[in-house]
Design a protein around this ligand. Structure first.
Ligand SMILES: [Zn+2]
Length: 66
């Protein structure tokens, strides 16, 4: 799929994100059916920033890096 109509053809029909009914941000993906902001649809708990970059988030001083 290139840059032309094949890939952009469906972009004018529906926005991919709509307002999330848990966090209220416009981050709920309609087709993937999860919220990019709070993780609604993917996880029962609120998505935390520390879930990624776990080592940096919890070991800021390289406590466990040895
Ligand atoms: Zn959300």
């Amino acid at each position: 799929m290139g840059k032309g109509t094949a890939s952009k053809g469906k972009k004018n029909k529906a926005s991919s994100h709509k307002v999330c009914r848990r966090c209220g941000n416009h981050s709920y993906h309609r087709r993937k059916r999860f919220c990019a902001y709070c993780g609604f649809g993917k996880t029962a708990k609120l998505r935390q920033p520390g879930w990624r970059n776990r080592v940096r988030a919890f070991n800021g001083t390289k406590a466990f890096a040895k």
